[in-house]
Design a protein around this ligand. Structure first.
Ligand code: ADP
Length: 216
C-alpha cells in the first residue's frame, strides 16, 4: 500500500470530481482557471491513487470511497484465529500471590482464570491485583477467584470472529484483553462450556494496524 500526500490542488480536483463527476478534464481545468495540460500530472496521480477514475468519452468520476470500503472489507475478513496470542491461564484455586508472580513471568497485563479442563471462570487485570495488595488480606492464602471478574460478565471472542468485531468489543467494554473461547467438546459436565484457546489483546490490534499500514 502506498501512502500519498495530496497537494492542495489535488484535493480541490478530487472535490470537483466528487461533486460534478463525470466531468471532462477540460471542465475541471476551466473551474480551476488552469490549462488542461497543467492538470495532466495531477489527474494521473489521483487516478493512480485510486481516488478518481476516467472513462473514455465520459470523463473523470469519483471512486475514493472504495479504498475505505476495501479496508473495511479486508479487516472484516481477518479472523481472530489468525492474530490471537497463546492463552495464559491460571487455575481458580491459585493464590493471589502466585497469580501476581505469573503475571510477571508471562509479561502480560491480564490473566484468565479457568477451572479443570480449561473452562473459563473469570479474568484478573493488573489493577485488580494491585488493589487487593493494598488491602489487609493474606495474598498467599487468598484464592484468585475471590478477586476476579467472573462469568457471566466476561466479554469473549471466538476463533471465527472478525478482528474488527473483537476490536469493537475491546473499545466498547474498556478492557485490554478478550479470552478466545470455543465450546468444549469433551463429553461430560464441561460439554459446550467456553474453553479458553487464546487471548486477543490491544497488542494484537496494534500489530494488525502496522500490518495494514506497511502492507506486509
Ligand atoms: P486494568 O484494570 O489494568 O485497566 P482492564 O481494562 O483489562 O485492565 O480491566 C478492567 C476491569 O475489567 C478489571 O476489573 C478486569 O477484571 C475486568 N476485565 C478484564 N478483562 C475482561 C473481559 N474480557 N471481560 C470482562 N471484564 C474484564
Amino acid at each position: 500500500m502506498t501512502i500519498i500526500q495530496l497537494t492542495a490542488r489535488q484535493i480541490e480536483i478530487t472535490r470537483i470530481v466528487k461533486e460534478n463527476g463525470p466531468i471532462t478534464g477540460e471542465d475541471i481545468a476551466q473551474q480551476l482557471n488552469l490549462s488542461r495540460s497543467a492538470l495532466r500530472a495531477d489527474l494521473t496521480i489521483l487516478v493512480m491513487a485510486g481516488l478518481i477514475d476516467a472513462k473514455p468519452r465520459v470523463g473523470y468520476y469519483y471512486v475514493g470511497d472504495n479504498s475505505r470500503n476495501l479496508l473495511a472489507q479486508k479487516v472484516s475478513n481477518m479472523k481472530v484465529s489468525d492474530y490471537k496470542s497463546v492463552p495464559i491461564v491460571v487455575k481458580e484455586e491459585a493464590s493471589v500471590y502466585d497469580t501476581i508472580v505469573r503475571l510477571f513471568i508471562e509479561d502480560v497485563g491480564s490473566l484468565f482464570i479457568v477451572s479443570d479442563g480449561g473452562i473459563l471462570q473469570g479474568a484478573v487485570s493488573r489493577k485488580d491485583l494491585l488493589k487487593v495488595t493494598l488491602g489487609q488480606g493474606d495474598i498467599h492464602n487468598m484464592p484468585v477467584n475471590v478477586v476476579m471478574t467472573r462469568m457471566p460478565n466476561i466479554i469473549m471472542t471466538t476463533l471465527e470472529e472478525s478482528v474488527y468485531d473483537a476490536a469493537k468489543k475491546i473499545i466498547e467494554h474498556q478492557v485490554d484483553a478478550l479470552p478466545v473461547v470455543r465450546p468444549c467438546e469433551v463429553e461430560g459436565p464441561n460439554y459446550g462450556k467456553p474453553e479458553v484457546v487464546g487471548r486477543f489483546t490491544k497488542t494484537n490490534i496494534t500489530r494488525i494496524f502496522l500490518e495494514l499500514v506497511e502492507g506486509v
